[in-house]
Design a protein around this ligand. Structure first.
Ligand SMILES: Nc1ncnc2c1ncn2[C@@H]1O[C@H](COP(=O)(O)OP(=O)(O)O)[C@@H](O)[C@H]1O
Ligand SMILES: [Mg+2]
Length: 369
């Protein structure tokens, strides 16, 4: 009797979760730690073979675990110990997931028949989260390295290519003026062609430079409606594209580097135009949004196009440096945008449907007075 009491108290004090099943997998013992991790009381577990279907076990990949993969069932089926099996337990009462490392040991009688299965598990949620954080910071590091290399490349481009390009453009202008009157049309045509190609090269280099140079912010307090109005006033838009401003009035002011932010918006609009080769509508709206986490308010400026849209596969990649689906794309536009917006304490989000169009939403924190 004393031994039984000692065992029971011992099992409940162990800092690992212990669940003992009998031969037909019914629970005959579950200690305090197991109740805590599972979020179930002893009464809810004792005598039950299967768990409440609302409780989900997840595999290491985050997918729901099939019944035959449940540790107790694996041990019964193989009659072998199961070692260091990672599962997630979704607890509907708390609506969270705890990650545990499970061991299961079948206890066999002399005839090799299963008597019991002892399942023990440990909470490794913190470990799993630390691993996740490590992976994320590694990804950030790789990205930072990529950016550093691009920065160096941009330096070279700036010095060795952009400057001479300017000289060539200048000389070309001179030639055009001098030759215009008295040469045949063919030469004029070639000069124009050279001019157009130089402009494209210049634009590509600007993309790289924009992206690589982190310029200091020169903040000014502006009205979001005015900001967008100025932008739309002097931006060249192809004839087959309709711009629809939808500007909320009396929005709170935001603090932005106007030049840099105008460049961000021009990048977003350039992408929208590229996505609407056969024409379409670009709606530019301003508004206010309450963020969900810390309760901060944001001004939103969104750009909704009716273009080709972005596949879910690509959506994950469009903010990666050098990702582009365009023949002449640099894949630097959106990274540059994101960098500038983050420097403002803001964020950029996208939602898109293939064949229907995309919406880019830029959020700025509202300037505190
Ligand atoms: N409005 C949009 N509609 C459809 N696709 C878009 C849009 N904006 C961006 N994209 C996608 O994101 C990619 C990356 O954009 P960006 O960084 O500006 O580079 P680039 O314009 O040089 O390709 C584009 O190549 C395109 O596939
Ligand atoms: Mg672009």
């Amino acid at each position: 009797m004393a031994k039984a009491v000692f065992n029971r108290s011992l099992i409940h004090r162990i800092q690992a979760a212990v669940v003992v099943h009998d031969a037909d997998t019914k629970v005959i013992v579950c200690n305090s730690k197991a109740q805590e991790l599972l979020g179930l009381t002893e009464e809810q577990m004792l005598g039950k073979a299967a768990m409440n279907p609302d409780w989900k076990f997840l595999g290491a990949d985050g997918e729901r675990l099939s019944l035959e993969k449940y540790p107790v069932n694996q041990a019964v089926f193989t009659q072998q110990p199961l070692r260091d099996f990672t599962i997630g337990i979704f607890r509907p009462n708390k609506s969270d997931v705890v990650w545990v490392l499970v061991n299961a040991d079948p206890v066999l009688d002399d005839k090799g028949k299963i008597q019991q299965v002892i399942v023990t598990f440990m909470d490794i949620t913190d470990l799993k989260q630390a691993e996740e954080a490590l992976r994320e910071s590694e990804e950030k590091l790789v990205r930072a390295e990529k950016l550093a290399i691009l920065g160096k490349l941009a330096g070279v481009l700036g010095h060795e290519i952009k400057a001479p390009l300017g000289v060539i453009k200048h000389s070309l202008e001179f030639l055009k003026v001098r030759l215009d009157q008295d040469v045949d049309a063919k030469i004029g045509e070639h000069l124009n062609l050279m001019h157009a190609k130089l402009n494209t090269m210049d634009k590509t280099i600007d993309d790289v430079l924009d992206f690589a140079r982190t310029k200091k912010l020169e903040l000014m307090t502006v009205d979001p409606g005015n900001l967008v109005e100025y932008l739309l006033r002097d931006i060249p838009i192809p004839a087959n594209i309709r711009i629809v401003p939808d500007l909320g009035r009396n929005l709170p002011c935001i603090a932005v580097d106007e030049r840099q932010i105008q460049q961000v918006f021009r990048n977003i609009i350039a992408n929208a135009i590229d996505a609407m080769i056969d024409g379409g509508t670009l709606t530019v709206s301003t508004g206010k949004q309450l963020s969900d986490n810390a309760g901060h308010e944001f001004v939103t400026i969104s750009f909704r196009d009716t273009g080709e849209g972005i596949s879910p596969d690509h959506v994950k990649k469009i903010f990666e440096p050098l990702f582009s689906t365009k023949v002449k794309g640099t894949g630097l536009g959106l990274v540059a945008c994101e960098n500038v917006i983050h420097a403002h304490g803001g964020s950029i989000e996208v939602s898109s449907e293939l064949g229907k169009g995309s919406t880019f939403i830029v959020k700025f924190p509202i300037k505190e007075n």
